[in-house]
Design a protein around this ligand. Structure first.
Ligand code: ATP
Ligand code: MG
Length: 232
């Protein structure tokens, strides 16, 4: 799937302005995100750390259009139009997601899991399958194409999820504790794969992690505390 509008290195691919999000609770409103501004550029790796419950997953969901902010705006660069649109319009195009628990479809093979994301974005069966195969080979799973998630290791499932996140050539990958379920060695391999994607493809990476070591490998390190982002 060729890009009609390639993204230049350093171009802003995601911009959030004045984001706020509160949840209702019996004790009153919980202001989880209290005014977040964030700009991410093509080819940049950025990490967010913060204590459990500080709102990291909530923030990624706002940035990725999986939830709506009470206040503020998010714009994402789409590769095809070259325009910045709100993320719920860019899901599957401007943004790729990687989750801690992989979120693969259990009844589909690795190949079908990746191809499905391309099909949903409008690719034909042939184009989607070819793109999925090429990506699975590039993440080292060329001999696991027909395996469903139940016949893959955790690290292999996460590789499938990364291939799925990449299949529509997003400008940015949002990864929420992608190594949280993995042993040390496998976690290290997944981190290298994600940072390799940034280096080789120019895809921006926003990584939520509890690991100081992995955060230290990203170019820009942020901390979420009191509902606001600050430098680590
Ligand atoms: N839909 C919801 N309704 C009410 N409260 C919510 C909802 N989603 C999240 N919260 C609350 O918002 C806070 C932040 O949750 P979030 O999952 O974003 O934290 P986190 O930083 O990702 O934590 P962890 O590191 O454990 O994954 C928590 O106190 C949580 O209970
Ligand atoms: Mg979380």
């Amino acid at each position: 799937m060729p890009d009609s509008n390639p993204i230049s290195t350093g171009e802003c691919v995601l911009r959030a302005t004045g984001l706020q999000k509160a949840f209702a609770a019996p004790s009153g409103r919980l202001q989880i995100i209290a005014g977040v501004d964030l700009e991410i550029r093509a080819g940049e790796s950025v990490s967010i750390r913060g204590s459990s419950g500080s709102g990291k997953t909530t923030l990624l969901q706002l940035l990725g259009g999986l939830d709506l902010a009470d206040v503020g705006e998010v714009l994402v660069r789409t590769p095809d139009s070259g325009k910045k649109v709100s993320p719920h319009m860019a899901i599957g195009r401007g943004i790729g997601f990687v989750f801690q628990n992989y979120q693969l479809m259990p009844e589909l093979t690795a190949l079908e899991n990746v191809a499905l994301a391309a099909r949903i974005a409008g690719a034909s069966v042939q184009v989607a399958t070819a793109a999925a195969k090429e990506l699975l080979i590039s993440v080292g799973l060329g001999d696991r194409l027909e395996h469903p998630p139940s016949r893959l290791s955790g690290g292999e499932c996460q590789r499938v999820a990364i291939a799925r996140a990449l299949v529509n050539r997003p400008a940015v990958i949002l990864a929420d504790e992608p190594t949280g379920n993995l042993d040390e060695k496998t976690a290290d391999e997944i981190m290298k794969l994600l940072l390799g994607v940034v280096a080789d493809r120019g895809t921006a990476l926003l990584l939520v992690t509890h690991s100081a070591e992995f955060a230290g490998r990203t170019q820009r390190r942020l901390v979420l505390s009191g509902g606001r982002l600050g430098s680590a």
